[in-house]
Design a protein around this ligand. Structure first.
Ligand code: AMP
Length: 403
């Protein structure tokens, strides 16, 4: 076949896809425990939403969006991230007061592809809206940390910072701008261009960041209420026994990101792609996309990177493989009855020999083989430890007692 998946996209097949399925189930279980119901939002949104909600000076918006004009002449974009869409959905719902949502699905960015950096990638995340307290930040940060710990990301490290708010941040940004202007001749052209537009992003630059070791730090410029918020978040994390490292270089270069910013880093991964997730508070975002004031906090985790760092493969879980001595039509009906009883069962639809069916059962790793010998005959239940015989309608209760 001549077709390949588009550059930067992947087919994920079993058994690898089975570890994805397990990881996503684990995610749903953690999100439910913290009271985050599922939200389903479109994969395409109007381009404006991302220009305003992610920011039109960010690399994501200026260089990485899959934008096209639809048949109705509207500019739409494949979602590069989840927060803007979820906040839009929250505002459209008209809900007032605290509101939680968990999401998962594919996202799209035109990146230079490499391991852990794809053009289509998968994120899970949460957003917690209309909340201002440091307890909300701590709960969100803890949820991501518990999930990543449970799934076993090796050498997991949580880094946190505070970005200030509309009161203290502008003072800091002015000071940072003056500092960068004084160094302008040492900077790359793309960083120099950002000094006016978005100086915080210069600190993020791979080429120039390391030259700026003595840059002014937001953490030294926080106003009293931001300091108190930040100190409380850190104290709550300590009480929750969530270890963190303070990183005053962690920035999100947009005005509507405020106060808490954090990242989950898998130190065992290649340094260029070791962020397995990130998030923070975005008290100005709802207004930036044309809504009312609605402060919020959330995170997104990159499942592709989580799977790279966890790296286990799980085989398709089957309770039993049904081998039929009387052909596939009988097996179809017997398998259906077992499946409706709740068992995970597979069988051969192609009428292959009994020997071939046993081979498939063993390749599938089925812990039990059920030999179907025909109507009215008991089913021969074969396990590693021995055999039993039961009428078809008693097979599922045999499983319940045998386990
Ligand atoms: P961001 O929305 O950029 O904060 O990304 C949140 C998380 O999504 C990152 O920490 C990564 O784990 C993951 N991620 C972002 N972009 C990509 C990509 N192009 N390929 C794979 N994972 C990504």
């Amino acid at each position: 076949m001549s077709f390949q998946p588009p550059k930067g996209t992947d087919d994920v097949l079993a058994p690898e896809s089975e570890s994805w399925r397990a990881a996503l189930r684990q995610w749903e279980s953690w999100a439910e425990r913290y009271g985050y119901p599922l939200v389903l939002i479109p994969v395409i949104e109007s381009t404006d939403l991302f220009e305003r909600g992610v920011g039109n000076t960010t690399e994501v918006v200026t260089k990485q969006m899959y934008t096209f004009t639809d048949q109705g002449g509207r500019s739409v974009t494949l979602r590069p991230e989840g927060t803007a869409g979820v906040v839009r959905a929250f505002l459209n719902s008209g809900h007032q007061g605290p509101w939680k949502a968990a999401y998962s699905g594919p996202f799209f960015r035109y990146e230079r592809p490499q391991a852990g950096r794809r053009r289509q990638f998968f994120q899970v995340g949460v957003e917690y809206m209309d909340v201002e307290s440091p307890e909300a930040d701590a709960e969100v940060i803890e949820l991501g940390f518990r999930y990543l710990t449970d799934i076993g990301v090796p050498e997991l490290e949580l880094t946190i910072n505070s970005l200030g708010d509309s009161e203290c941040r502008p003072v800091f940004v002015d000071e940072l701008r003056s500092y960068l202007r004084a160094k302008e001749s040492e900077l790359t052209d793309s960083s120099a261009e950002l000094i006016d537009k978005n100086p915080l992003r210069v600190l993020d630059s791979k080429a120039d960041g390391p030259k700026l070791v003595d840059h002014p730090r937001m953490i030294d410029h926080l106003c009293d209420s931001c300091t108190e918020h930040h100190e409380t978040v850190k104290r709550l994390l300590a009480e929750l026994e969530v270890p963190y490292v303070e990183d005053d270089g962690l920035v999100r270069g947009l005005d509507y990101y405020t106060r808490t910013a954090f990242e989950y880093v898998g130190r065992a991964l290649d340094a260029a792609q070791n962020a397995v997730g990130g998030g923070g508070r975005y008290d100005g975002l709802a207004e930036a996309i044309g809504g009312r004031r609605a402060p919020g906090v959330g995170f997104a985790l990159g499942v592709d990177r989580i799977m790279l760092s966890v790296g286990q493969e799980i085989d398709t879980p089957l309770d039993a493989y049904l081998v039929s001595e009387t052909g596939p039509a009988d097996a179809l009906i017997a398998a259906s009855s077992l499946r409706r009883d709740g068992l995970r069962v597979d069988f051969d639809t192609e009428g292959r020999s009994v020997k071939a069916q046993f081979r498939t059962a063993s390749r599938a790793g089925a812990p039990v083989v059920l030999v179907w010998r025909g109507d009215g005959q008991p089913v021969d239940i074969q396990t590693r430890d021995g055999r039993a015989e039961r009428p078809l309608e008693e097979v599922s209760s045999w499983f319940r007692t045998a386990r």
